[in-house]
Design a protein around this ligand. Structure first.
Ligand code: ADP
Ligand code: ARG
Length: 343
């Protein structure tokens, strides 16, 4: 039996906001079919007091077995209640996305990714080494059967030279190693075995295998043609879905290890240069808040901006469709560019 964590007063995570001794006590002694417990679910937030969220799921069952903790966190992050249902819409025809920067003055690149996990398997925090290796071999084989502009090659992390690995990270194509939040969640066990990246020659279509989620399906390219990026992504998703069954729930949509990614599991972002707006972060944040957008640094989550370049992406992922996620980003970016121009 674990003991109730001793959170310092400074802790601002969703975990310390919502975990009470009563809830913790009631969840003690429970274990999912994959042996995942409440102590496993909260370890990352307990070991990383600066977490924003602080919890991970070990499997689909974690979301119901530990619902007294997960539900209020999900509601607080996504504004999505227990009684709400999620709906998916991956139809590019429904997206209104003329290039917000046709002259290419502000947007450096566009990237849209979704997380996916394989149905009826534990998620990364509870997966065994053998299961993870099987995911790698089956998913990479499925990807290797893609044709046309999606055809490419799979590169396993263990076989990759340090030089190539570093270059892929520097060029924004590959995940970093050693994330301490993932480490505490058990997501880095047996590293680098079972992890890798698939991509086409142009590196406009990429799939990460066995990072935070078993698949991260990515479409990206230079410039601001967001519709083209979304269209490539949706084509890829439907091709992969024909070959790999994804974990999906009527209530929570696509199932991911972190509750922030549930639903669409989609993050649509631009790298955008806004040096004037950056001098007035209050005005900048007022626009991003209005459009439900998140500001990240240039090297992804937990990184800083460089040279007035920011990563701007949708924050909502659950209870909104994929089209709406991208629309939030498109509309917000259009307003950001208009404001930057006026300054
Ligand atoms: P994720 O998007 O999977 O949640 P990160 O925020 O860590 O994870 O980003 C992963 C990588 O993708 C980082 O190298 C980041 O710089 C890169 N990236 C994100 N958005 C863009 C973009 N619009 N253009 C180019 N690279 C991007
Ligand atoms: N667990 C980390 C935290 O609580 C990250 C949460 C969101 N990011 C993610 N990559 N899932 O701050």
């Amino acid at each position: 039996m674990g003991t109730f964590p001793d959170f310092p007063k400074s802790c601002k995570s969703q975990l310390c906001a919502h975990l009470t001794p009563e809830i913790y006590q009631a969840l003690q002694g429970r274990s999912t079919v994959n042996g995942f417990t409440i102590d496993d679910a909260i370890r990352s937030g307990v070991e990383n007091i600066d977490s924003g969220i602080g919890v991970y799921a070990g499997d689909l069952e974690s979301y119901t077995l530990f619902a007294t903790l997960f539900d209020p966190i999900i509601e607080s992050y996504h504004g999505f209640r227990q009684s709400d249902t999620h709906q998916s819409n991956l139809n590019p025809d429904d997206l209104q996305a003329p290039n917000p920067d046709p002259e290419g003055e502000y947007i450096l690149s566009t990237r849209i990714r979704v997380g996916r996990n394989v149905a009826d398997l534990p998620l990364g925090p509870a997966i065994t080494k053998a299961q993870r290796n099987k995911v790698e071999s089956e998913v990479s084989a499925a990807l290797n059967s893609l044709t046309g502009s999606l055809s490419g090659s799979y590169y396993s992390l263990g076989d990759m030279s340090e030089e190539i690995r570093k270059q892929l990270i520097e060029d924004h194509f590959l995940f970093k190693a050693g994330d301490r939040f993932l480490e505490s969640a058990g997501l880095n066990r047996d590293w680098p075995e079972g992890r890798g990246i698939y991509h086409n020659d142009e590196k406009t279509f990429l799939v990460w295998i066995n990072e935070e989620d078993q698949l991260r399906i990515i479409s990206m390219q230079q410039g601001g043609d967001i519709l083209e990026v979304f269209t490539r992504l949706t084509t890829a998703i439907s091709e992969i879905e024909k070959r790999v069954p994804f974990s999906y729930s009527e209530h929570l949509g696509y199932i991911t290890s972190c509750p922030t990614n549930l639903g669409t599991a989609m993050r649509a972002s631009v790298h955008i240069k806004l040096p004037k707006l950056a001098a007035d972060m209050e005005a900048f944040k007022a626009i991003t808040d209005r459009h439900h957008l998140q500001i990240r640094g240039i090297h992804g989550e937990h990184s800083e901006s460089e040279g007035g370049i920011y990563d701007i992406s949708n924050k909502r992922r659950l209870g909104v469709t994929e089209v709406q996620c991208v629309q939030d980003m498109v509309d917000g970016v259009a307003e950001l560019i208009a404001t930057e121009k006026s300054l």
